[in-house]
Design a protein around this ligand. Structure first.
Ligand SMILES: Cc1cc2nc3c(=O)[nH]c(=O)nc-3n(C[C@H](O)[C@H](O)[C@H](O)COP(=O)(O)OP(=O)(O)OC[C@H]3O[C@@H](n4cnc5c(N)ncnc54)[C@H](O)[C@@H]3O)c2cc1C
Ligand code: SF4
Length: 328
């Protein structure tokens, strides 16, 4: 499959990139590692007139520990650097663990944290060639007006399938977004809409520049568990991140987040209240698993059945909590 024609822009600074985004807003796509954008363009899911290749912008790369134990990560930082970072492993272990499950080593060398956060939602009916989609009459997410997954409805349920956002939600991460009017910060939890065909709050003239991990989440132990068809290289079909802090044998604070089972990565509401103050036991782990499974709303957007994916959310959440019990 060939790429559609486009003009390639290669800025060297963030300011230059933002000016080019503003000039071509609505007709431009950002290319970071390109590991998701380029296959999507080959499938003619996107046919922008301009592609903004941000890979030469050095100031967007790097992991920068702050004096107060917070850490800033440039949006263009490769996932391999996150997986191998000593400072992240010691302060925010759930993030390197999630990063190391993304795709394969080659794709993690190319793929970036910003690209993982901004990743398009996926569906069996959408991530296909133009000919394939045409033969099915297209769908709401692109070029059509019906949903094959939930016929009769008008919402797209394509599933968010990035690994690191579940870990980042547990860490209460923020992102910095720049455009020609300035810079704003947003909680990652507020960045996603939960709508498959309009899944993130990012305008076409905006660039994610940094990921900010707060000092208050530093030191939480964490685990990420992921269901996929091919262990060596695959998108998640269900993913769970769990972080917690213990004191005197009890759970002081805990957070659970899910990915690949809803149109957005989501924090499990009530998980903190359920676990805080409890001992890490089989019973508390099972209760967290049941709650997480209730939050998951998988549909037939992916290769495995919704029932199996939801059940694996329960199992993985329970196992993740028990793994943290065994750790300390
Ligand atoms: C075979 C295969 C397996 C994969 N398996 C996984 C997997 O297991 N888990 C997983 O999470 N992903 C997986 N991926 C998807 C992808 O490799 C990763 O999500 C990767 O992190 C994407 O980052 P990137 O830099 O390559 O993004 P790109 O492809 O460059 O961009 C992805 C999207 O984000 C936008 N974007 C990128 N950077 C910015 C920015 N700074 N500001 C605003 N918008 C931006 C782009 O415009 C595009 O819409 C897989 C891909 C392939 C081909
Ligand atoms: S969920 Fe429905 S509208 Fe969305 S991509 Fe799949 S088939 Fe298309």
């Amino acid at each position: 499959m060939s790429l559609p024609e486009f003009k390639l822009l290669r800025p060297r600074t963030t300011a230059e990139a933002i000016a080019q985004l503003a000039e071509h807003a609505g007709n431009i796509r950002i290319l970071a590692g390109g590991t998701d954008l380029l296959p999507s363009m080959q499938q003619k899911l996107f046919e922008p007139q301009y592609v903004l290749d941000i890979r030469r912008i050095a100031e967007l790369k790097g992991i920068r520990p702050q004096p107060d134990r917070a850490v800033e990560i440039g949006a263009l930082t490769p996932l391999t650097d996150i997986e191998r970072s000593d400072v992240l492993r010691s302060r925010y272990p759930v993030l390197p663990e999630a990063a190391k499950t993304v795709a394969s080593p080659v794709l993690r060398n190319m793929g970036t944290i910003g690209g993982n956060i901004c990743l398009d939602t996926r569906c069996l009916w959408y991530n296909q060639s133009l000919q394939w989609r045409k033969s099915c009459g297209f769908c709401i997410k692109k070029d059509g007006d019906l949903c094959h997954v939930a016929p009769g409805g008008s919402k797209c349920w394509a599933v968010f399938s990035g690994d690191t956002p579940a870990a980042l939600l547990c860490l209460d991460a923020e992102i910095e977004i720049a455009n020609s009017s300035g810079v704003r910060r947003a909680k990652l939890a507020d960045f996603y809409t939960g709508i498959g065909d309009d899944y993130r709050k990012l305008q076409s003239d905006e660039l994610v520049t940094r990921v900010l991990l707060p000092a208050s989440s530093s030191g939480y132990r964490g685990v990420y568990r992921k269901l996929r068809v091919r262990g060596s290289i695959d998108y998640p079909l269900a993913g769970v991140a769990v972080v917690l802090k213990r004191s005197n044998g009890h759970i002081e604070d805990a957070r659970v987040a899910l990915t690949a089972v809803n149109p957005a990565p989501v924090l499990v509401k009530g998980a903190t209240e359920l676990l805080a103050g409890k001992r890490l036991t089989e019973a508390s782990a099972e209760a967290a698993g049941v709650l997480a499974a209730r939050t998951a709303k998988p549909l037939t957007t992916s290769a495995l059945t919704p029932e199996y994916r939801r059940e694996m959310i329960r199992v993985f959440t329970k196992r993740a909590v028990l793994a943290l019990a065994a750790e300390s």
